[in-house]
Design a protein around this ligand. Structure first.
Ligand code: ADP
Ligand code: ADP
Ligand code: MG
Length: 674
């Protein structure tokens, strides 16, 4: 019997497979462009990249067989220009285009323009894209196809008064949504009449600004919701199957952070029913290629259709890891007219896969985007159930122009616990410096007992990290690990300074983590040390040498990886979702250190500082104006996101240092309080 892996990926693999394309253009950038190229290469297909001025030196351009410039850095002047992409197709002679996700991937007009030019669009038929592109229209269609939708009123709301009437009729809480919405924009939860009136105005404005379409509608807000979606795959011969579900309930502001397959919440019957409804909907719109039917699931496992994404999904790798199929390969084959290589009964999920999205953002500054050059970039070793989809290398620039996702880390194991453990190890060894990122936050999410129990909801992050995320909270195990690591690092450094001269057989050290003081003793022992301390003790084995970024060790029988960076006399260490600064001293020096005055940090509270490099869009206050805590002061735009900066405390605005339109550096003073 053939395995699924063979059925999906190898059975009809083909260099010289004359039914496939010879050259494919990838109308995208970053990790997804690199990922699509990987499949092209395996299939013996030439890959063409397109790039904006900002991406001229990118990994995607380097890895492509050919690459063509398509315009300036802003997406509207490059990746969104249909004409420029058509021109690159003509110049390269590409026969087909894969759009990836984002950008033009869900624009029916793009698919039609390609078709008209005689180029194959590797995606669904434009008609299906149109049918699913609008939330009101697609929900009406879903109802007709017998798919359950969220209770609500599927029509555009005329005014604030009817918004309130409809909200009351549905019953609070309700959710107000932009019909043209996407990416979590134009959505508001309303719990009262006043809230509904306000939301009607602000969501309408936001939708008008983002999508040029102010239509909003209202549906029931599902409490403690879980986001569970079904991957569908259809061919041009009317066959449609589903490849099971992905749960993406771990979200921040309606944006996915962790995704997994299968869902820890679904039972076999619900899974089967959701799969059947997703296939029903796909068939109803004549769908082919890969697509995703998103559902929201309530506490009782009632599920409701949310929307259909007519493209490859960011989190598609978790489905690939459990099914053994390559979805990009399937999209290419389907676009070339091939039949699905398997029937529904052949689809079997094996094990568990979890994906974490590594974003260039700063958890310590309210998750604001972070830009700059990747000064140091080391990926953990892949293989054996670990996959990394990245579009960067050391030295790459994370620019303000695009999505802040740097890479995706995906782990597969026999069960959920094994996949989680593998992902946590991978994050410990994923070393990124030069920009801020959410790696430690991802580790903390995976380490959270509630995550491990699978008690998820889309409110998880808001409920469990209400104050945001701080990497300086240490549990006993992490503290011990970091303290022991710091001592061994210092000892190894001291050894090198001694230049071969022996140290005493016992040495005592004091490890300072902020104000915490830990004394310990290291005794040379086989290839490492025996440690004794009030935190416990035992053998530590490590081959670490000064200068290495990762301290890999057997720490009292447990393998650990700690990220290391030397800053002056101190060590910056991170592991398991924690990041600390350690100072390691010999006891006499520690005794002196205790008497050193603590240097007070400069008082910056009188200034509003720009939390990131970006563009000052607006300033909401004037010189001499009194402001209250929480009041809007200014808006800074970076990475396609507008970030509202608010007053941290009541105060009086003394001086404005910048005006709208100014470019801002990180920590630049925008205004000063009296
Ligand atoms: P997924 O469900 O696959 O996570 P998302 O809806 O989060 O899909 O978006 C997929 C990609 O499209 C991401 O790169 C995201 O930044 C981009 N994207 C989605 N909606 C928008 C939008 N309204 N404007 C700009 N980019 C968007
Ligand atoms: P988008 O096009 O922006 O992705 P979706 O309709 O897919 O919009 O919703 C995005 C997210 O918003 C969902 O994953 C879920 O977390 C939340 N959400 C959407 N609709 C509801 C609802 N009716 N009740 C509760 N949460 C919802
Ligand atoms: Mg969605």
């Amino acid at each position: 019997m053939r395995t699924l892996q063979e059925l999906g990926s190898n059975a009809c693999r083909g260099r010289g497979d004359s039914t496939l394309f010879e050259k494919i253009l990838i109308a995208n950038r970053g990790e997804i462009a690199c990922r699509i190229m990987r499949t092209c290469r395996r299939l013996g297909i030439k890959a063409v990249a397109v790039y904006s001025e900002a991406d001229a030196g990118s990994l995607a351009v380097e890895q492509a067989d050919e690459a063509y410039p398509i315009g300036k850095a802003p997406a509207s002047e490059s990746y969104l220009r249909i004409e420029a992409i058509l021109e690159a197709c003509r110049r390269s002679g590409a026969e087909a285009v894969h759009p990836g996700f984002g950008f033009l991937s869900e624009k029916a007009a793009f698919a039609e323009a390609l078709e008209k030019a005689g180029i194959v669009f590797i995606g669904p038929p434009p008609k299906a894209m149109r049918a699913m592109g609008d939330k009101i229209a697609s929900k009406l269609l879903a109802q007709q196809a017998g798919v359950s939708t969220v209770p609500g009123r599927l029509e555009a709301i005329a005014d604030a008064k009817s918004a309130v009437a409809i909200a009351r009729e549905i019953g609070y809480p309700v959710m107000l949504k932009a019909s043209a919405g996407g990416g979590g924009k134009g959505m508001r939860i309303c719990r009262s009449d006043a809230g509904t009136r306000e939301a009607f105005r602000s969501a309408g404005n936001e939708a008008k600004g983002a999508f040029g379409d102010a239509r909003v509608f209202i549906e029931k807000y599902i409490e403690e919701p879980r986001h569970i979606e079904i991957q569908v795959l259809g061919d041009q011969h009317g066959q449609v199957i589903h490849l099971g579900e992905r749960e993406c309930s771990i979200q921040r502001r309606h944006q996915k952070v962790l995704e997994e397959a299968p869902s820890p919440f679904l039972d076999a019957r619900t899974r089967q029913r959701m799969g059947a409804e997703a296939v029903q909907l796909a068939k109803a719109v004549g769908y082919y290629s890969a697509g995703t039917v998103e559902f929201i699931v309530d506490r009782e496992r009632n599920f409701y259709f949310l929307e259909m994404n007519t493209r490859l999904q960011v989190e598609h790798p978790v489905t690939e890891m459990v099914t053994g199929l390559d979805l990009v390969e399937q999209m290419i084959r389907i676009a070339a007219g091939a039949r699905l290589p398997l029937a529904q009964k052949d689809v079997k999920a094996k094990g568990w896969a979890i994906e974490a999205r590594l974003y260039a953002e700063d958890p310590a500054r309210g998750f604001l985007p972070s830009v700059g050059r990747l000064r140091r970039y080391l990926e953990p070793p892949v293989g054996q159930g670990l996959r990394i989809d990245a579009g960067v290398v050391e030295g790459s620039e994370i620019s303000v122009h695009y999505d802040p996702m740097i890479a995706k880390v995906i782990a597969h194991g026999p069960d959920r616990g094994a996949a989680t453990a593998k992902l946590r190890q991978a994050l410990d060894a994923y070393y990124v410096r030069g920009i801020n990122h959410n790696g430690a936050f991802l580790s903390a999410l995976l380490a959270h007992p509630r995550f491990q129990e699978g008690r998820l909801s889309t409110n998880f992050i808001a409920e469990e990290f209400p104050e945001g995320f701080k990497a300086d909270r240490l549990d006993a195990r992490t503290r011990r690990c970091l303290v022991f690591a710091a001592a061994v690092l210092q000892r190894r450094l001291a050894e090198r300074a001694l230049d071969g001269k022996a140290r005493p057989a016992l040495d005592d050290w004091v490890v300072l983590l902020g104000r915490e003081e830990h004394r310990l003793r290291l005794k040379p022992h086989s290839s490492g040390f025996l440690v004794e301390s009030e935190l416990g003790g035992g053998p530590i084995e490590s081959a670490w040498l000064p200068g290495e970024a990762l301290f890999c060790a057997q720490l009292v029988g447990e393998p650990v990886v700690v990220q290391v960076e030397r800053s002056g006399p101190r060590w910056q260490l991170s592991h398991g979702g924690a990041a600390v600064e350690a100072l390691v001293l010999e006891p006499p020096a520690a005794a002196l250190y205790r008497h050193m005055p603590v240097k007070a940090p400069p008082d910056l509270s009188r200034f509003l500082l720009s939390p990131m490099p970006g563009l000052l869009v607006s300033v909401a206050v004037k010189e001499g104006q009194e402001v209250k805590a929480g009041e809007e002061l200014a808006v800074v735009e970076a990475m396609k996101m507008e970030n509202v900066l608010r007053a941290a405390a009541d105060g009086l605005v003394k001086t404005l240092h910048c005006k709208p339109g100014d470019s801002l550096a990180v920590d630049q003073a925008i205004l000063e309080f009296a």
